[in-house]
Design a protein around this ligand. Structure first.
Ligand code: BGP
Length: 472
């Protein structure tokens, strides 16, 4: 009993939130670089305020990140010390293709990730690579309008081909798009979409999503052709939708919310547009334009496994209720739950429920690739953080995951918590919202030594991994 011996314990990060060095190594500019911190961030990430370059008035925290670009050796060494079996990381598209359309890749960018993979190998850490964690080259946004244009598929596949070829010796596990359903909630950050006045946003989003779904299917095809060892997964922002009450109207609304979320995975895992989506998108007049061969492609190349982030469950009411924050989208406030300092519900049992729902629905191996607590950490005089609150959060979620594996029979490949080393928040651009087992001395105003300091949770997680989840 317990977790299988090959269970993949580790942590997850994203290039744009940790690397920094955005003007180094021949890298080009991307959407994720120009999302400022502060009050304008939201308008930018939802595509209502166009920002295609940096200006003087705003701060751009991704520009420096936490300097993983220069400190990856130390960071991976720390992961090795915790006993990581896997490190989920992403590739900055613009390090490989600075403007997205070059014929030949940027060798300096290729070398950077090769060095990262070599460091991982030293500690026997398997990389799990997200091909696009929200990244889209600015040049492609200016020229094509991001993923609304079908030609994005070719540019994305050119990136995939280079990655599959050049990292063949290092990587066998890939994720095509991070939180693909985020395109509905943060379309500029997620897919480089900006909207004109009066434009039908939903139509653009579903058309862009269709292009990503085709790109994802073609990436599966290519990955399998280029290396039969390759396994490709999809990735979505999960979190069961609970009805606010047993009123049928609330139950119905919760079901609709779940369907909106599962739509992407339904296509990527089952290989076709589910009937509810066909009907509803047609009725709203936002059913995407498809090419003749699209349906066949989707059917022929479903993903090998399903990964997801889980931070919180959602609570859905037919009538207006007080709301709570959550991973990029709000929902009704669940009176039975406690909340994080950022107002996100804390619901470990919700993870077990989500695991069961996803497994029941798809019957494919699952991978939890993000889960964690964003909190304010207060280091003592020596810089040490006693983050018992984080340990409590993670312990309860790991217990729930364990029950799903041991008692419910869910086929789970691994768990990568978000994020092993503190980094910049995707939702708010803040540095003070920390998730790590390792504290990074970078403050909200950009000051700090960038030194890495192990937190209490570092030693706790080390024991969890060492005991394969037995000592919690
Ligand atoms: C997910 C993203 C991550 C990550 C995480 C935590 O949406 O995939 O990139 O940042 O959420 O969210 P936040 O950084 O907003 O706290």
């Amino acid at each position: 009993m317990g977790f299988p011996v090959e269970f993949l314990w580790g942590g997850a990060s994203a290039a744009n939130q940790c690397e920094g060095g955005i003007f180094e190594g021949g890298r080009g500019l991307a959407n994720v670089d120009v999302c400022p911190s502060g009050p304008d961030r939201n308008a930018v990430i939802i595509g209502h305020r166009k920002m295609f370059q940096m200006d003087e008035e705003h701060q751009y925290p991704a520009a420096g990140g936490v300097d993983f670009y220069h400190r990856y050796r130390e960071d991976i060494q720390l992961m090795g010390e915790m006993g990581f079996k896997v490190y989920r990381m992403s590739i900055a598209w613009t390090r490989i293709f600075p403007n997205g359309e070059e014929e030949m890749p940027n060798e300096e960018g290729i070398a950077f990730y090769e060095h990262v993979f070599q460091e991982c190998r030293k500690y026997r850490i398997k990389p799990l690579v997200t091909i696009s964690h929200f990244d889209c080259p600015i040049h492609l946004i200016e020229k094509y309008g991001g993923w609304r244009d079908r030609r994005m598929i070719d540019h994305y596949l050119r990136l995939c081909r280079v990655l599959f070829e050049r990292y063949r010796d290092y990587v066998t596990h890939w994720l095509t798009f991070n939180e693909i359903n985020m395109i509905l909630h943060a379309p500029f950050m997620g897919a480089g979409l900006c909207f004109g006045n009066g434009e039908n946003e939903e139509q653009v989003k579903y058309q862009a999503a269709h292009h990503e779904l085709i790109a994802s299917a073609l990436a599966v095809k290519l990955a399998h052709e280029m290396n039969p060892e390759n396994k490709v997964g999809c990735m979505f922002a999960a979190g069961a939708a609970y009805p606010y009450s047993c009123r049928p109207q609330d139950v119905w609304e919760a079901l609709l919310t779940d369907q909106e979320n599962y739509f992407f995975v339904d296509v990527q895992a089952r290989g076709y547009y589910p009937s509810y989506a066909v009907k509803r998108l047609q009725k709203k007049g936002v059913y995407p334009v498809m090419d003749g061969g699209d349906e066949k492609l989707l059917r022929e190349y479903p993903v090998d496994f399903i990964s997801f982030s889980y931070y919180n469950s959602r609570c859905i009411a037919a009538e207006e209720q007080e709301t709570a924050e959550g991973n990029l989208f709000k929902s009704a406030k669940n009176p039975y739950l406690k909340f994080s300092e950022w107002g996100w519900p804390i619901d470990p049992l919700g993870l077990r429920i989500t695991l069961n729902q996803v497994y029941d629905r798809y019957q494919k191996p699952l991978f939890i690739v993000e889960n964690g607590l964003g909190a304010l950490d207060c280091p003592d005089a020596d810089g040490y953080v006693s983050d018992d609150y984080r340990i409590d959060y993670l312990r309860e979620h790991i217990r729930a995951m364990k029950a799903a594996v041991e008692e419910d029979g869910v086929d789970l490949m691994g768990y990568t918590s978000w994020a092993p080393i503190d980094l910049i928040s995707a939702g708010t651009g803040e540095m003070k919202k920390r998730y790590g087992y390792v504290y990074v001395d970078r403050q909200e105003d950009g000051s700090g030594t960038l030194n890495r300091i192990r937190k209490k949770s570092f030693y706790w997680y080390q024991r969890v991994i060492e005991s394969n989840g037995e000592v919690l």
